[in-house]
Design a protein. Structure first.
Length: 75
């Protein structure tokens, strides 16, 4: 995986519901390449050196959850 992707962690993808924080983050940072509902092992493994990661809902600063949420079905 190469870097320079934009990841949102702790946001609800617009295809999965409404999230005012997601809308604000898009206005500030642009549309993300990846949306991770939770900070989990799967999200951690998908982040490459050089990527930008935007956390919300107190997801940052803690260890990734060992139980992964399957974000792959979210476009």
């Amino acid at each position: 995986m190469s870097g320079n992707a934009l990841h949102f962690v702790g946001f609800v993808h617009p295809d999965q519901g409404s999230d005012a924080l997601y809308d604000r983050a898009v206005r500030v940072f642009g549309k993300p390449d990846f949306v991770h509902r939770r900070w989990d092992e799967r999200a951690r493994q998908e982040i490459a050196p050089g990527d930008t990661v935007i956390f919300t809902r107190n997801e940052g600063g803690k260890a990734p959850n060992l139980f992964a949420f399957d974000d792959s079905g979210i476009v």
